[in-house]
Design a protein around this ligand. Structure first.
Ligand code: PMP
Length: 410
């Protein structure tokens, strides 16, 4: 059983070093006390906390780790570029090479823009759609996360009403609510933004129905509005093109980030020619947006995905994890609701409306060296070998045993 002495000391220091401790989505305060806040090392699918405890990690940096932490080929490409030039007065030729790669890889893409964070990319998409259509209204799925700036942050503090103006909500996979929202937007519809599947926190995940995706495409076409795919979280886990290519539905604008440079900071907007002019008119930039190290890392990530069969590996690992968790749960008398694609699983317990069982279970798993999340979708990476999944499941068995002792059977 792990102890977290150094971690607790660092947390205490963080309380005064930052306004209220570690902030944002990596603040572990809402997780169990057994989840460490700080990590000192990462390799492949494993993390080590500041007390030296090892975890088989199923959060993968909230998605940034696709091929494995400290991936040798990606890191080597980044190191080589680092020694040449990174953030300079103008970009390196790699910027053009990488844009051409995205344009060639994504079926909808005629052009590309680069930024740093997912929020930059979704915001650029919204701005480009408004600039192109000369309209204001965007439709957003209720409960969906598109980033942490004034138009989309889930927080309320520091936001004015006008920051959220010109937005109408619809419900994911609910065609009628989508049509009603389009109707309400009237002739002011600039864009509909949607994530590839419903991956909201706390609730079951949902893959889109074909009807939902194709209706959205048609509504956007009829109204001359942009279909914006927020692929920030999913990009490269299903395809190196936009994730809805797997459904045969192409976006007009697509935001990617997280895993596109296997952990190096990069976000990407790709768009079609209908939105080229609008995208060219907006002013959006950043001091570090042209840094070449991330471009080198992303090019190497493309290569490694192909040469290592990364997408198939994640599917295999995710399937093994899902089946293994189901059968472990069953043998201890519990039933899981595992939703969403196996590469990005959300694991909830049945009859657990306040996530009490799941919090307890994830705490017990953390103490045994497996990092699960009780209410956010998790991630597998291509470095989760079959043996790692087997080891994770072995470690997890003790957590089910402890859960049964605490909550009784089922
Ligand atoms: N959209 C989605 C779907 C996301 O998951 C995230 C990040 N969790 C964002 C946008 C924002 O990305 P970032 O945190 O890099 O700004």
């Amino acid at each position: 059983i792990y102890t977290l002495d150094n971690d607790l000391t660092l947390r205490a220091r963080a309380q005064s070093a930052f306004p209220t401790g570690v902030y944002g989505h990596q603040n572990s305060a809402s997780l169990s006390p057994a989840h460490p806040q700080f990590f000192s090392r990462a390799k492949g699918c494993r993390l080590w906390d500041t007390d030296g405890n090892e975890y088989i990690d199923f959060m993968c940096g909230y998605g940034t780790n696709l091929l494995g932490y400290c991936h040798e080929k990606v890191d080597e490409a980044a190191r080589i570029q680092q020694a040449i030039a990174d953030a300079t007065t103008g970009p390196s030729p790699l910027m053009v090479e990488l844009a051409e790669k995205f344009n060639a890889t994504s079926a909808h893409a005629d052009w590309t823009l680069f930024a740093k964070n997912g929020t930059d990319a979704t915001t650029i998409c919204v701005m480009a759609a408004r600039a192109q259509t000369k309209r204001n209204t965007i439709l957003v799925a209720d409960g969906a996360y598109h980033g942490a700036t004034i138009w989309c942050t889930p927080g309320q503090a520091g936001i004015t009403e006008s920051d959220r103006a010109n937005q109408i909500t619809y419900n994911f996979n609910d065609v009628e609510s989508l049509k009603a929202a389009v109707e309400q937007a009237g002739d002011d519809l600039a864009a509909i933004i949607v994530s590839p599947f419903k991956h909201d926190v706390f609730v079951d995940q949902e893959w889109p129905t074909n009807e939902f995706a194709t209706t959205m495409r048609k509504l956007c076409d009829d109204k001359g509005a942009a279909l914006i795919l927020d692929d920030v979280r999913c990009a490269f886990r299903f395809s190196t093109g936009s994730t809805w290519e797997t459904l045969g539905v192409l976006p007009d604008l697509c935001a990617m980030s997280k895993s596109v440079a296997n952990g190096y900071s990069l976000s990407v907007v790709t768009g079609n020619d209908r939105f080229r002019q609008g995208a060219g008119e907006i002013y959006s930039t950043g001091s570090f947006w042209f840094s070449s190290v991330s471009f080198a890392a992303s090019l190497a990530t493309f290569d490694a995905i192909e040469s290592e069969g990364a997408i198939a590996k994640m599917e295999t690992a995710g399937t093994l994890l899902r089946n293994g968790l189901d059968s472990l749960a069953e043998s201890y008398g519990f039933k899981l609701n595992q939703t969403g694609p196996v590469q990005m699983p959300l694991v909830l317990f049945e009859d657990d409306p306040m996530w009490e069982k799941n919090n307890y279970f994830c705490a017990e798993a953390a103490k045994r060296g497996v990092y699960y999340h009780p209410w956010h979708n998790m991630f597998v990476c291509a470095a989760h070998e079959e043996s790692d999944i087997a080891e994770a499941l072995e470690r997890t068995e003790g957590a089910f045993k402890a859960l049964k002792q605490q909550f009784g059977e089922g």
